[in-house]
Design a protein around this ligand. Structure first.
Ligand code: UP5
Ligand code: MG
Length: 196
């Protein structure tokens, strides 16, 4: 994809920060296609005949990062489909990249990102949100053991990606420890400035 034709915004933040929630709003109002790397992996895990089903399940349960070849292929495929169907050529890529090698590879083989939204949230708030969601989400990683592991991976492996993009002046930080609507107003102000 060429950056003239395709716009990619990376949406990053800890587990339960509210990435998916905010992306849904943005999709409606700004004509972006929302691609959650986690959702794509979960769909692939369930797909009959997938050779990665078990691998994905094990990685997600332990909060570990699935080998990037799998995730990048799923993202690329979803982007191609959206463009072919004429949906949009603007993408919110949610929950990716969460490791430095993924960031480098994606920008090299797919397209460089235009902007990085970073949802900042205290761990205690994210923990409460995830435990609550876990009451009926059916996600294999919404339990206290998996959540703890996800937090460790986020701090050790995914925060360095945010730091690297900050050095490139690409990051817009949003505080998420507020009601959904208030967080969205902040996100909106950023999008209005950049994309209107
Ligand atoms: N909620 C949201 N905003 C709120 C607010 N402002 N106030 C009050 N409540 C709020 O929100 C979480 C919960 O909080 C919801 O119940 C919501 O209503 C409430 P959500 O919008 O779902 O947060 P999100 O940040 O999307 O949380 P999620 O759990 O999806 O984040 P993760 O990053 O942990 O999950 P993801 O699906 O991206 O990844 C899961 C796993 O997949 C990873 O751990 C990893 O194993 C694997 N993965 C990879 O290997 N590679 C990848 O590239 C991506 C994922
Ligand atoms: Mg999510």
């Amino acid at each position: 994809f060429s950056p003239e034709e395709v716009t990619v915004v990376f949406v990053l933040g800890g587990p339960g920060a509210g990435k998916g929630t905010q992306c849904q709003n943005l999709t409606k109002e700004y004509g972006f296609v929302h691609l959650s790397a986690g959702d794509l992996l979960r769909a692939e895990q369930k797909r009959e005949g997938s050779k990665y089903g078990e691998l994905i399940n094990n990685y997600i349960k332990d909060g570990l990062i699935v080998p990037m070849e799998v995730t990048i292929a799923l993202l690329e495929q979803a982007m191609q489909e959206a463009i072919k169907e004429g949906k949009s050529s603007r993408f919110l890529i949610d929950g990716f990249p969460r490791k430095m090698d993924q960031a480098i590879k994606f920008e090299e083989v797919v397209v460089p990102s235009k902007l990085v939204l970073f949802f900042e949230c205290p761990e205690e708030v994210m923990l409460q949100r995830l435990l609550k969601r876990g009451e009926n989400s059916g996600r294999v990683d919404d339990n206290i053991e998996s959540i703890r592991k996800r937090f460790v991976v986020f701090t050790e492996t995914s925060m360095p990606v945010v730091d690297a993009y900050e050095k490139q002046n690409k990051v817009k930080k949003i505080s998420c420890d507020q009601p959904v609507e208030q967080v969205y107003q902040h996100v909106k102000s950023i999008f209005d400035e950049i994309f209107s």
